[in-house]
Write a protein that binds this ligand. Structure first.
Ligand code: ADE
Length: 252
């Protein structure tokens, strides 16, 4: 039997830079227009990959990680826009379940339902998600903001970040107006955060029976200011948080 191997997926390069730097014995494989970097992180076999932005990119990459690279678990780390009023920039949201907010095959199927599956929500793996929540809570209890330079903390107003768990919604739209986020809040009041890949990863992992978990740092409030400083936030906050989160998860 092969050793367990975890796929670690992000959409954008700066989200994964710290993890790439921490990788031991890195070996790169080009497949399907993506670079997969194999190696070990704190003694665990991993495959790091940038899937690109959007659900198709995420689904294709997830399939390759499972079928070509033999991953038996997947972690997605990246950023999301906050929807729930309690979810603020700098907070972490860990998905318990995910839904595609732009999937609508009515009148053939109910809104959001993935045709012929009978479901619109796909749950993350309970064990992996509980471990990620513990790691996130430990990280924030020991003052995650201290990972971030004070000027950056001030610039983004990061003071006492919190960890949330619940519904993340995904779709092929960057939500950058208050009208759009109001509509999402109205349609899906339980949604904590919105992004563009997680529910696609969830659907593919469900098809293959592979455990997965999703952690998102909130980069914006999915409103008219959502695009401001996006790249800087990912580089200076979300990237360091991803590394710190996986360090807390795996380094004993
Ligand atoms: N990822 C980060 N912020 C987002 C937003 N506002 N909409 C969709 N995906 C996002």
């Amino acid at each position: 039997m092969n050793a367990p191997r975890t796929g670690i997926v992000s959409a954008i390069a700066q989200e994964q830079k710290g993890l790439i730097d921490a990788l031991q014995g890195a070996r790169r494989v080009r497949h399907g227009n993506r670079d997969y970097t194999l190696g070990t992180l704190w003694g665990r076999e991993v495959v790091l990959v940038l899937c690109g932005i959007g659900k198709v990119a995420a689904a294709a990459t997830t399939t390759s990680l499972i079928v070509e690279f033999g991953c038996d678990a997947l972690l997605f780390t990246g950023v999301a826009g906050g929807l729930d009023a309690r979810v603020r920039v700098g907070d972490l949201v860990i998905a318990e379940t995910l839904l595609q907010h732009d999937l609508d095959a009515r009148p053939l199927y109910p809104q959001y339902e993935v045709p012929d599956t009978g479901r619109s929500r796909f749950d993350s793996d309970a064990v992996l998600t509980a471990q990620l929540l513990l790691a996130a809570e430990a990280l924030f209890a020991t003052g995650a903001p201290s990972l971030i330079e004070s000027a950056t903390r001030e610039a983004f107003g990061l003071h006492a970040p919190r960890v949330h768990r619940g519904l993340i919604v995904s779709g092929d739209r960057f939500i950058s107006t208050k009208d759009e986020s109001d509509r999402l809040r109205q349609a899906l009041p339980e949604a904590l955060a919105v992004e563009m890949e997680g529910a696609a990863v969830a659907q593919v992992c469900h098809d293959y029976g592979v455990a997965f978990a999703v952690a998102r740092t909130i980069s914006d409030r999915a409103d008219n200011t959502a695009h401001l400083d996006f790249a800087r936030f990912i580089e200076t906050v979300a990237g360091p948080y991803s590394l710190a989160l996986l360090t807390a998860l795996w380094r004993s």
